[in-house]
Design a protein around this ligand. Structure first.
Ligand code: SAH
Length: 692
């Protein structure tokens, strides 16, 4: 079966119809899946194995047969552990067909076909009885259905159903329980992912300050979880205001309720400050005694030596609806509200001389409904975009270069999504800057402009660049065309080259001496060794003694499904790596001219200057705003002896994983990596090939 999928090309902006076979979606899913990362998670695997062995022994000691239900079996790993531990029979449920097929193969290859039945169904469709999928209810429930927020993948409704219909009362469960922990912190850095801070602009006639409207200040934001590698957040970027406390626990061996509810704990601030953020993570006890514990606790809670790197489970950042000043020793109530799939937090102060009755009263005014963004900014801007807009350093670069090119009679047009550049241009003296914007929520801009008395100062033109008419510009020619460039549809760094296509589309409206800012962009590349990220794309082979190569082959197949392997976006500030080569500029894009008809390509080789494993190449864009002002969306700094890199914290970089890794030794005769990179100006795609 073939289906036509329509999509707007993120780089060229044109609408394309692609013919996709039915395999397409699942290849994408497998190629970018977290299965490899889970199989590399030694700490998780070892503890599951210990927990499963202990559960099987407890059942056997009671003289019962051990019947296992493994919901979401994936590769079949946990069922194979159970079978090896002596379970009499395992029902391995997997909803995702390609995975269920792989599980059948893996189970067979490891010789467990007579002990494990793979059932390709969602667990809620599974039947029990003589003619059912399962002969009888199970007495051991094994699952791994957790995401960073614990419940985001639907663990609660799945458990609720399983206890009602699929397992015996008093069954053993691995894991036995999960506990969610929280810590209250103040952090300007993380708060800047949720709030727009005042933007300061040094203009000729003094400092101008753009302030956020009150709607935005008081907006609770969106309930979607912000999951990050908290271990990459230095202690200097936040202040802890409370101890770590257990917020709530779920016992998986008893009936589980998934209906919305809330939990509250009393805290005492350990420091005075502004309560802004709740940091959260969880742990799971694989057995009832809590002796086999697998925790996501970050480095300042847990000794660094015991940290297991993993990407499938990270830590959560929750933004409180409003920042709350707290005093050292002050008593606070923190409430976690949850529905079936997500969690959100509220903070309240305990009143002086509070008693039990007051506490009850507090409970009544707990806001349990999930946060809804009223200001629209949280729907338009993600946390990285907020961070970028709040980056005063970045703003300064734009101000510096705008100041160089703007004149009082400049006709300034900005092409970038939801950009503040026209506001900067206005503050710097441009008469009526306008902005082409297709995705702007009126309410947001009206409120922002109103709060800053800019209502009639900036014009928003709602047309595609190709459809721009002279009348939109009051028959004036554009003398200054600006862009950050930033577009919400961009996934990979070069997708923002859409600016070039848009610039080409509006060519007839440009004055002959137009200034384009940025004047050009360049694509940069560097070969790196990742500290950990390599795991997510690296074959596993044998996992805890089980041969899972079938899974490796399947991932490899899916990666090769597209003719050319693709680069993938990752925010590298969260994923440390060291450079093995110097950074190199590989392609340049001249925005003062239109997009050429021909392809842009380059070939060359880079020397590996350091000892290490070449896991892949990192690629990023730099924008040249004016003669001596550039902005990098990738590498910010590199310490030369060791090759440690500092990356732009508000952008994702492109990572191209090599299909095989080479290890370079101390280099008297340096190894070289040759590359060929081609930018197809018709499709806007970048194809690349590397030879080691
Ligand atoms: N158990 C494996 C894989 C865990 S990933 C391991 O530990 O390595 C979770 C898997 O559960 C995914 O493959 C997903 O497709 C599947 N899944 C999630 N919810 C499910 C449900 N309710 N019924 C069946 N499969 C489910």
């Amino acid at each position: 079966m073939k289906t036509f999928c329509g999509r707007a090309n993120p780089t060229t902006g044109s609408m394309e119809w692609l013919e996709e076979g039915e395999d397409y979606d699942y290849h994408q899913e497998i190629a970018r899946s977290r299965y490899a990362d889970m199989l590399h998670d030694k700490d998780r695997n070892v503890k599951y194995y210990q927990g499963i062995r202990a559960a099987v022994s407890r059942v056997k000691e009671r003289g019962e047969k051990a019947i296992v239900l493994d919901i979401g079996t994936g590769t079949g790993l946990l069922s194979m552990m159970a079978a090896s531990a002596g379970a009499d029979f395992c029902y391995a449920i997997e909803v995702f067909k390609p995975m269920a097929n792989a599980a059948v193969k893996i189970v067979e290859k490891n010789g467990f076909s007579d002990k494990i039945k793979v059932i390709n169904k969602h667990s809620t469709e599974v039947t029990v009885g003589p003619d059912g999928d399962m002969q009888c209810r199970a007495n051991i429930l094994v699952t791994e259905l957790f995401d960073t927020e614990l419940i985001g993948e639907g663990a609660l409704p799945t458990y609720e159903h399983a206890h009602k219909y699929l397992v015996q009362e008093g069954c053993e469960a691995v894991p036995h329980r999960a506990t969610v922990y929280v810590q209250l912190v103040e952090s300007k850095r993380m708060w800047s992912w949720k709030k727009l801070f005042p933007v300061h602009v040094e203009a000729e006639d003094g400092e101008k300050i753009l302030v956020p409207p009150s709607e935005m200040e008081n907006c609770p934001g969106v309930p979607s979880v912000c999951d990050i590698q908290l271990n990459q957040m230095p202690l200097s970027d936040f202040t802890t205001l409370s101890d770590v406390v257990a917020m709530f626990s779920v016992d998986f061996s008893r009936p589980v309720q998934s209906a919305s509810t809330y939990y509250r704990v009393q805290l005492e601030s350990v420091k005075s400050g502004k309560a802004q953020i709740v940091l959260s993570w969880w742990d799971i006890d694989m057995d009832p005694s809590g002796m086999i514990n697998c925790t996501m606790a970050p480095y300042w809670v847990k000794p660094t030596s015991a940290l297991q790197w993993r990407d499938h489970w990270m830590q959560c950042v929750y933004f409180l609806p409003n920042e709350e000043p707290v005093l050292q020793g002050e008593k606070l109530y923190l409430t976690a509200c949850r529905d079936e799939y997500s969690v959100w937090y509220n903070l309240q102060k305990a009143r002086e001389g509070e008693n039990k009755a007051d506490e009850e009263e507090h409970k009544a005014d707990v806001r349990v409904e999930s946060p809804v963004c009223r200001c629209r900014a949280h729907l338009l801007w993600n946390r990285a975009r907020f961070g970028q807009l709040n980056d005063q350093n970045r703003t300064r670069q734009y101000v510096k270069s705008l100041r160089k090119v703007l004149k009082t009679d400049s006709v300034c047009l900005c092409i970038s999504d939801g950009s503040l550049l026209p506001v900067l241009a206005h503050y710097l003296g441009a008469k009526q800057p306008s902005r082409i914007d297709l995705y702007h929520p009126h309410e947001l801009w009206q409120a922002l402009f109103k709060a800053n008395h800019l209502e009639d100062k900036i014009k928003i033109i709602e047309v595609h660049p190709e459809l721009l008419k002279s009348s939109h510009l009051e028959d004036k020619e554009i003398s200054v065309l600006v862009g950050e460039p930033f577009f919400t549809t961009s996934l990979l760094p070069w997708h923002n080259l859409y600016f070039w296509y848009a610039r080409t589309a509006v060519s007839t409206h440009l004055a002959s001496n137009v200034t384009v800012l940025p004047q050009s962009a360049s694509l940069h590349m560097m070969i790196v060794e990742f500290q950990d990220l390599w795991r997510i794309r690296s074959p596993c082979g044998i996992c805890e003694g089980f041969d899972v190569q079938t899974m490796d082959d399947m991932i490899k197949d899916s990666l090769n499904f597209r003719e050319s392997r693709e680069a993938e976006p990752h925010p590298l500030w969260e994923y440390p790596c060291k450079s093995l080569s110097d950074p190199r500029e590989v392609l340049t894009f001249d925005f003062t001219k239109t997009v050429p008809q021909h392809c842009l390509s380059t070939e060359g080789s880079v020397k590996l200057l350091r000892k290490g494993k070449s896991h892949g190449a990192v690629l990023w864009m730099e924008y040249h705003l004016a003669a001596d002002v550039s902005i990098s969306t990738g590498l910010m700094q590199m310490s030369n002896e060791k090759g440690n890199c500092e990356w732009n914290p508000h952008c994702k970089q492109a990572v191209y994983f090599f299909s095989s890794v080479i290890e370079s030794e101390i280099l008297s005769d340096p190894t070289a990596v040759t590359y060929a990179i081609n930018f197809d100006t018709k499709t806007g795609e970048i194809a690349m090939d590397f030879k080691l």
